[in-house]
Design a protein around this ligand. Structure first.
Ligand code: TRP
Length: 328
């Protein structure tokens, strides 16, 4: 099975991204042929600063590599290194009614808020469909918020196929069953828009400080505590082994454990998980040529497939053979 997903280089990842998206996608490496790319064309709809674009692109690549993406098994590449995707965006935009774009969530939200959006944002779902269809992707691991976009990609594939013949593979969204809602510092879902995140790559001291700021109730050391309604414990469960989790739950239910102690335990399990990865991350960012070598190789492999699929689409639509495309 071929699984493809895009990661927008727009922000530093937090633990919610790690547990909800990055880890499930990395786990898929054993079961699927992965194509994971950095969606810089998509990011350009909002990131309009060259230094930031370069920085975020390298950070995303370093993040995935440090956390265990194996570039031998999984093709990691940069969207804009395969410019054929913009050509396919045009072909797909010609079989899509404008109404479908007007009904897309992101566009509707912008309309409702009276925000003036750029054409790139309006066309976002078509570019995303091109991403998916250009690699004959079968499964698209995404969060719930992206399901509509994958369904639109499927619709575009069907519309194109019904006019021109069986060119595109019909993709399916693959929604990771949420491990759990990952609570942020204040107990609400961890999300950048709530300002309650714990970033993955904080240095140890800052990580500890953030963990210490997690909201708890006012029970003191000598009070018995309820693990299942505690934000600290909910996060602990996601990083600790089952045995560690059971042991801490027991300490919650007896006097003698202060929330400060529980937070220290939480800090320790997060640090144990992320410490070694943080070293790899920092090594990569200090040696961007290592990152770029991986991306160059990934982009070459991805482009070979893309050129072939685009060739099928062009041919089906009746475009004369392009010398560039027949060379591979
Ligand atoms: N829109 C996706 C997001 O915001 C990123 C993305 C771009 C993507 N192209 C894709 C995801 C193709 C899956 C497949 O998260």
């Amino acid at each position: 099975m071929r699984a493809l997903t895009g990661i927008k280089p727009t922000a530093t990842p937090h633990l919610g991204n790690l547990l909800g998206a990055i880890q499930p996608a990395l786990a898929l490496q054993d079961k699927a042929e992965g194509f994971y790319f950095i969606a810089d064309y998509h990011a350009l709809t909002t990131v309009q600063s060259a230094p930031l674009m370069r920085q975020y692109t390298r950070e995303v690549a370093a993040t995935w590599l440090a956390l265990g993406l194996d570039p031998q098994r999984t093709c990691l590449f940069v969207q804009s290194d395969v410019p054929e995707v913009t050509e396919l965006t045009w072909l797909l935009s010609c079989v899509l009614g404008a109404g479908a774009l007007e009904r897309a969530h992101a566009y509707k939200a912008a309309q409702q808020d009276g925000r003036d959006i750029n054409v790139g944002t309006f066309l976002y779902p078509v570019l995303m469909a091109a991403d998916i269809l250009l690699y004959d992707s079968e499964a698209v691991p995404v969060g719930r918020d992206q399901k509509q976009h994958v369904e639109m990609a499927r619709d575009m594939a069907q519309a194109f196929n019904s006019r021109f013949g069986e060119v595109f593979v019909l993709p399916e969204p693959m929604i990771a069953e949420a491990v759990a809602t990952i609570p942020g510092l204040d107990g609400r879902k961890m999300s950048k828009s709530y300002g309650n995140t714990i970033e993955v790559w904080l240095p140890p001291k800052q990580l500890r400080k953030k963990v210490m700021s997690i909201l708890t109730d006012s029970r003191g050391v000598d009070d018995v505590k309820e693990p299942d309604s505690c934000n600290v414990f909910s996060l602990y469960k996601l990083f600790a082994t089952p045995a560690q989790t059971a042991a801490l739950a027991q300490r919650y239910r007896a006097p003698g454990l202060g929330y400060g102690h529980a937070k220290e335990e939480l800090y320790q399990v997060i640090e144990a998980r992320l410490g070694p990865a943080r070293d790899r991350y920092e090594h990569l960012l200090a040696n961007p040529e290592e990152i770029e070598a991986v991306l160059a190789d990934g982009s070459r492999r991805a482009r070979a497939i893309a050129v072939n699929v685009l060739g099928r689409a062009r041919d089906a639509a009746g475009f004369l053979p392009a010398p560039r495309l027949s060379s591979t």
